[in-house]
Design a protein around this ligand. Structure first.
Ligand code: ADP
Length: 396
């Protein structure tokens, strides 16, 4: 028996999935939210049941203690030492980490140093790391970086055309994000293609946050997020790519400070900003169906921004064997997939299988045999990648 827990610690939340690695099954999963508030919420799923408790959880330390106590109380584990490894999702690994790493002093130092690039995430990941380290000191810990899969980008794709010294002196470059998802989905897509020696795959990770990547022979060659997740396609609340002059103009015109404007671009833009209704794709779609013009415009912009990257990556890859859709919108919205594919079908020779797109479930092909590019839906599974890397690097 070798149990591994995959952990995603945010500033006020902690998501977890406990795996039995012998058969890669999920034993239990859940989330602790609103840490630090009086009404923190602990949700745990086990044996097909969902248990939700509201109680004050002041810090991540108490969150981890509550989680581990619950595992014992519910007899999910008999002894905490059954958990041999803790895999931590780390948003920003900078240029230091090309792959996952066993967490030691060096890794902690670098995650800490990189907090300048991920101020909301990296400090929270370290808090989660320390909380588990204290609670289950015998378990090994592994860091799985969201940026690692994008470390194969070449300088011509990750250097911004601004003075080079900003890269040299301040590490300004494209890092990308969602790498664990892009890795999982592109690998599954290669499997679905029958593991050919050469493959050209475009992954469209369309969730609340969204990014596309171009993957050639298993290596990521480009991705749409940039120095931070603010770049690339339009998202739920993020603008995506934007002329930087807009920033100066609005800061001056509205007389607000830069941080406030960046907050607006991160939290009040995208689907929410244009529609004025919601950041949630389903809400915006519903409003558009009811005739709301701004909601329709928001969706139109969203689709066009996605196809702009599909077009770029088709060219960058020199063609494409498969497009894979994943994450909340990519996995669940037949409508979004259909709209996006319709906009590129003529140029790329894609023939969608409407029945598979609309009525199928889970991982599947949604293009017809005559389609020049195969199109798949591939539900992402970042936790499984985290658990697998943890097992592998700890030799469990
Ligand atoms: P994240 O992990 O980035 O928080 P998700 O991958 O969970 O986000 O994606 C959330 C998005 O997926 C929301 O915009 C939501 O509306 C959308 N979504 C989820 N289910 C559906 C569905 N059945 N149809 C359309 N959109 C959906």
């Amino acid at each position: 028996m070798s149990k591994v827990i995959a952990v995603n610690a945010g500033s006020s939340s902690l998501k977890f999935q406990l795996f039995e690695m012998n058969n890669e099954s999920v034993i239990t999963s859940g989330v602790i939210e609103r840490i630090g508030l009086e009404d923190s919420v602990f949700t745990i799923k086990y044996n097909g049941e969902k248990d939700v408790q509201t109680l004050p959880i002041p810090t991540h330390k108490e969150a981890v203690a509550l989680l581990l106590d619950t595992l014992i109380k519910k007899e999910i584990v008999k002894d905490l030492n059954e958990i041999r490894g803790v895999g931590h999702r780390i948003v920003q690994g900078g240029s230091y980490f090309k792959e996952s790493a066993v967490i030691d002093d060096y890794v902690v130092e670098k995650i800490d140093e990189l907090k300048a690039l991920a101020p909301l995430h990296n400090p929270a990941h370290l808090i989660g790391y320390y909380a588990f380290k204290e609670a289950i000191p015998n378990a090994g810990a592994v860091a799985v970086f969201d940026t690692a899969f994008h470390q194969t980008l070449e300088p011509r794709c990750y250097i911004y055309p601004i003075p080079y010294k900003f890269y040299e002196e301040h590490k300004i470059r494209k890092y990308g994000a969602h790498g664990t998802s892009h890795f999982y989905v592109s690998t599954r897509t290669r499997d679905l293609l029958g593991n050919p020696e050469h493959s050209k795959i475009i992954v469209a990770h369309l969730g609340a946050g969204g990014s596309l990547s171009a993957v050639k022979d298993g290596k990521c060659i480009n991705t749409s997020m940039g120095f931070t997740p603010l770049a690339g396609i339009m998202m739920g609340t993020r603008s995506g790519d934007l002329d930087a002059s807009v920033v100066e103009y609005l800061v001056d015109t509205l007389n607000i400070d830069m941080h406030e404007l960046i907050h607006i671009l991160n939290k009040e833009s995208g689907l929410l900003g244009v529609s004025g209704i919601s950041s949630d794709f389903r809400d915006v779609q519903k409003a558009a169906d009811e005739g709301n013009e701004r909601a329709k415009l928001a969706l139109d912009i969203f689709f066009r921004r996605v196809i702009a990257y599909i077009g770029r990556y088709f060219i960058a890859l020199g063609g494409c064997d498969a497009i894979a859709f994943t994450a909340g919108i990519g996995e669940n919205s037949a409508y979004a997939r259909k709209e996006i594919l319709s906009l590129v079908s003529e140029a790329l020779g894609i023939v969608i299988d409407d029945d598979a797109n609309e009525n199928g479930k889970g991982e599947r092909l949604i293009s017809k045999p005559e389609s020049k590019i195969k199109v798949y839906v591939v539900p992402t599974n970042e936790e499984l990648v985290i658990a697998r890397d943890t097992k592998r690097l700890l030799n469990l």
